[in-house]
Write a protein of this length. Structure first.
Length: 415
């Protein structure tokens, strides 16, 4: 009788302990989610971190195509305009991104020329961009966007004056990159020196001698063991877990080291403006390095002429598609948004995509891990309407200069 009572007591204590541990884990996860939500409520991406050239190769855009895309920093939407699509619907739930997208479109329409656009969005410390805003852009802005950029930041400065300084040092991503530079300097590494490399061999040497050893430092590995360490990249806890799943020990240090190696070594600095942003926190000076696709002179006329074809919506993807007619859209750009979704949200989204998809429609998206996020999660009735272009996806993923994501995926609507 005593032995039975002892076993029962042990089992009860074990259940209580498991319940306490589960509660702590849920509380910790809930705190991480709330912290990420708070950080993500401000400006996150001054520049989008998906390669638009890869997007456009995957989409094979034609003049009759109607596109729906997530806005983020707005660079990709503008790049797509260079291919003269019929229309682009931009969606985003972040009001700061909405204001940035609308400002970029207005700048192309209203600034006098290409050099003015490059100075506004591509030249740090220009000092005169807020004056150009007042003279050329502000009078024709919609009321909400004008109020946003004429509004004040936490230091009492007009928000638009950030373009007099360097917008790419701001936002959640900009501050994260700044913190990474500070961490590098603490370990004797000056990331800006990479911009002096003239060959891929020199870039490789810089990575192996300067960057790679940092990942072996105990403090760095400890930091990367915290889910909050990647909030500055816009990576929520769910995506962190996806990244960690790629490493045998559950640590993301090796995964990030590989991604950074791709960013540093796989593309010449003369061609990779993402690397310039990561290591110099700016673009190269005009004529001395690469510009984003949307700022290249050969695309200026097309983007300016087509800017009126874009509509920016403060909605999520599914909500916008619910307003569209059946078979009315041709291309869907989901960025990495599905990494954050549960099965119910995924199926609601793809039900609307399938309903609104015209013959030959394509969906493109990225994932933190390498595998497609939708496989095994969509209902068969929805999944069976789409072909996965796996080989083409993998080939284009290798060309993505941003190097941040594990997978790039293309799905085509079946006839």
């Amino acid at each position: 009788m005593t032995e039975f009572a002892s076993d029962s007591s042990l089992a009860k204590n074990r259940k209580i302990k498991d319940a306490v541990l589960q509660h702590k884990a849920l509380s910790k996860a809930g705190f991480s989610e709330r912290l990420f939500g708070l950080m993500f409520s401000g400006l996150v991406y001054p520049q989008i971190w998906e390669d638009p050239d890869v997007d456009m190769q995957a989409m094979e855009l034609k003049p009759h195509h109607r596109i729906v895309t997530i806005g983020s920093g707005g660079c990709n939407m503008l790049a797509y305009l260079s291919q003269n699509p019929a229309s682009i619907d931009v969606v985003d739930l972040n009001p700061h991104h909405i204001a940035l997208n609308r400002l970029k479109l207005a700048a192309f329409r209203l600034l006098p020329g290409h050099s003015d656009v490059v100075r506004f969005f591509g030249t740090p410390d220009a000092g005169v961009n807020s004056k150009a805003f007042d003279r050329f852009i502000s009078p024709d802005l919609d009321a909400a966007t004008g109020a946003y950029w004429n509004g004040r930041d936490m230091l009492g400065r007009r928000r638009v004056t950030v373009f007099d300084r360097n917008i790419y040092r701001t936002g959640l991503l900009g501050r994260f990159i700044g913190a990474a530079h500070l961490l590098g300097r603490m370990h004797g590494v000056k990331f800006t020196k990479l911009t002096e490399a003239r060959t891929l061999r020199e870039q490789r040497q810089f990575f192996e001698t300067e960057i790679s050893p940092v990942f072996e430092r105990r403090m760095v590995r400890w930091l990367l063991g915290r889910k909050s360490s990647l909030f500055g990249l816009g990576i929520p806890p769910q995506q962190y877990d996806e990244l960690a799943s790629l490493a045998g020990d559950g640590s993301i240090a090796a995964v990030l080291k590989y991604r950074l190696e791709k960013l540093t070594c796989h593309f010449p600095m003369s061609e990779n403006y993402f690397a310039w942003q990561a290591f110099a926190r700016r673009y190269a000076e005009t004529g001395k390095g690469p510009l984003p696709t949307y700022l290249k002179p050969e695309h200026y006329s097309s983007i300016r002429a087509n800017a009126e074809r874009v509509t920016v919506h403060h909605l999520n993807f599914t909500e916008l598609l619910a307003t569209k007619q059946a078979a009315s859209m041709d291309r869907y750009v989901l960025l990495d948004a599905q990494d954050w979704m549960n099965d119910g949200q995924l199926n609601e989204l793809w039900a609307e995509i399938s309903r609104t998809a015209a013959p030959g429609a394509r969906v493109i998206f990225r994932t933190a891990a390498e595998k497609s996020i939708i496989e095994g999660r969509l209902s068969p009735a929805i999944r069976d309407q789409w072909d996965y272009q796996e080989e083409r996806s993998q080939a284009l993923n290798a060309r993505d200069r941003s190097a941040i994501y594990g997978g790039f995926h293309i799905y085509g609507k079946k006839p």
